[in-house]
Design a protein around this ligand. Structure first.
Ligand code: UP6
Length: 266
């Protein structure tokens, strides 16, 4: 998988969101997902306007947005069409099947109605996939499982990560299309899983709350992942929309060059 082009992997997926993501990546020459972790809709949309053309995906935490509304969700969906990106709500579901059905479908956020992609912790067992799939699959949505995390001291390692892969395999690739992971967990794996990786900066480092950063090159070239997820590295730059766009372009280029280098490796 790591030696194939994004474009050639489209046909290896049946899920419409996974297919669209790979098509967008090829079309925009971008394996960059921007994580927009700000707390009001005006600011979210300002960042989308600034960096939307550079990314294959916009990641949200809808539950931190004070004035979230369905009108905002509509606006985001409009931008996703106009600027050609996937919307990933980083909900990290972690409850039993019956509860996540409601959390995904209902409440003030109604995530399934606007987010193409979301994610879940495997901790409750495969019922969480059954529940989310009952809502998302008919809508063409897709799910990632969190197989690893970027933060210091996290428990998603070793056997837990392997069992997460196993759970995804058993669920099948109609709805579960990949993982949040720090490296392509099993490079020999025949199934084409999408690997999305947070904890990315242009220089290695971290924050004061356990986040750990690796570079686009570490993630794409050395660890064989598919998408780099960048939050503060992009929206945290000073200078407004233009500065963010310039920063996003740096990440887009770094991610894409690492990918091109990976393709050359045999
Ligand atoms: N995220 C991580 N690590 C994980 C899973 N998710 O950082 O293992 C998410 C965070 C945040 C983003 O919730 O939205 O990725 C990283 O943001 P940053 O680039 O500003 O650190």
């Amino acid at each position: 998988t790591t030696l194939k082009t994004y474009g050639s992997r489209v046909s290896l997926h049946s899920n419409p969101t996974a297919k669209r993501l790979l098509e967008i990546m090829e079309r925009k020459q971008s394996n960059l997902c921007v994580s927009i972790d700000v707390t009001n809709t005006a600011e979210v949309l300002e960042i989308v306007r600034g960096v939307g053309s550079k990314v294959c995906m916009v990641k949200t935490h809808a539950d931190i947005i004070s004035d979230f509304s369905s009108a905002f969700a509509d606006e985001l969906v409009r931008f996703s069409k106009e600027l050609d990106f996937i919307i990933f709500e980083d909900r990290k579901f972690a409850d039993i099947g019956n509860t996540v059905v409601h959390q995904y479908q209902s409440g003030p956020l109604a995530i399934a109605s606007w987010a193409h992609l979301t994610n879940a912790h495997p901790i409750p067992g495969p019922g969480i996939i059954t529940g989310l799939s009952s809502v998302g699959l008919p809508l063409g949505r897709a799910l990632l499982l969190l197989g690893e995390m970027s933060s210091k001291g996290n428990l998603a390692t070793g056997e837990y990560t392997k069992k997460t892969m196993q759970m995804a395999k058993e669920a099948g690739r109609e709805f579960v299309v990949g993982f949040i992971a720090m490296s392509r967990v099993d490079p020999e794996e025949e199934e084409d899983w999408l690997m999305l990786t947070p904890g990315v900066g242009l220089v290695q480092g971290g924050d004061k709350m356990g986040q750990q950063y690796r570079t686009p090159r570490d993630v794409i070239l050395d660890s064989g992942c598919d998408v780099i997820i960048v939050g503060r590295g992009i929206y945290g730059v000073k200078g407004g929309k233009d500065a963010m766009e310039a920063e996003a372009e740096k990440y887009r280029r770094a991610g894409w060059e690492a990918y091109e280098e990976r393709l050359k490796r045999t």
